[in-house]
Design a protein around this ligand. Structure first.
Ligand code: GLN
Length: 189
C-alpha cells in the first residue's frame, strides 16, 4: 500500500507563510499556498501563519474564507497572529477571531521594550529545549482546562493544543528545528 501523502494548506493571504511551506515539504508532506475557498477542502490540515492579525482578519472576510476556516474539520496550526485568529477573543475590535479555541489572547503582550526576542522554551513532548522566536507576540489569557499545555517559557504557556487546534505564540518556522511541525503532522496521520 502506498503511504498517504498528507496535504497541508498554508494560508497565504499575508505574513510569514513561505517558511512553513518549506518545512512541511522538507518533512515529506505536501504544502500548498491557500488563497481561495475551494483549495481548503482537500487539505488534511491547515496552517495560519504569523503576520498582522488585524489585516488577516480583514482579508479572510474579503476572500470569503471565514466559514470554511471556522468549520474546517481537520487540525489548524496557528502561529502568532494565526493563534490570535484561532482564539475566541483577540481583545481588539479590529480582529474577528475564528473562535475555534476556548482561549483568550492579548495581542503584543510583551510590550514595546521587548518586541522581539529568542528564548529556549520547554516542550512537553520532547526533552530538548526549543529555540523560539517571538515577534510582537501575544500571550494566552484564559486557557480552558481542556487544553493541553505543550510548551512554556519560564511558566508562561506558549504552545497549546485544544481539540483540533494547535496554537503557538511564537514563530516555529523561523528556526531550523522541525520538531513542532513534525508534531503537527503526526496529529494528521
Ligand atoms: N502583533 C501581531 C498581531 O497582533 C502578531 C505578530 C506576529 O504574528 N509575529 O497580529
Amino acid at each position: 500500500m502506498t503511504k498517504k501523502t498528507i496535504k497541508v494548506g498554508v494560508l497565504g493571504l499575508q505574513g510569514a507563510f513561505q517558511k512553513h511551506i518549506e518545512i512541511i515539504n522538507s518533512l515529506g508532506a505536501e504544502a500548498i499556498d491557500i488563497r481561495y475557498k475551494d483549495q481548503i477542502e482537500g487539505c488534511h490540515g491547515l496552517i495560519i501563519p504569523g503576520g498582522e492579525s488585524t489585516t488577516m482578519s480583514k482579508l479572510i472576510d474579503e476572500m470569503n474564507l471565514r466559514e470554511s476556516l471556522e468549520k474546517f474539520p481537520g487540525m489548524i496550526f496557528g502561529t502568532c497572529a494565526g493563534a490570535i485568529l484561532l482564539s475566541e477573543d483577540g481583545a481588539d475590535p479590529r480582529v474577528t477571531p475564528l473562535r475555534r479555541t476556548p482561549v483568550k489572547v492579548m495581542r503584543n503582550a510583551y510590550g514595546r521594550q521587548i518586541e522581539s526576542f529568542v528564548e529556549n522554551i520547554s516542550l512537553s513532548f520532547n526533552d530538548k529545549p526549543f529555540k523560539a522566536v517571538f515577534i510582537r507576540a501575544p500571550k494566552f489569557n484564559n486557557i480552558d482546562s481542556s487544553a493541553e499545555i505543550l510548551g512554556h517559557l519560564n511558566g508562561t504557556n506558549v504552545l497549546i493544543r485544544s481539540g483540533n487546534n494547535l496554537l503557538a505564540t511564537f514563530h516555529p518556522e523561523l528556526t531550523d528545528d522541525p520538531r513542532i511541525h513534525q508534531y503537527f503532522l503526526n496529529c494528521l496521520q
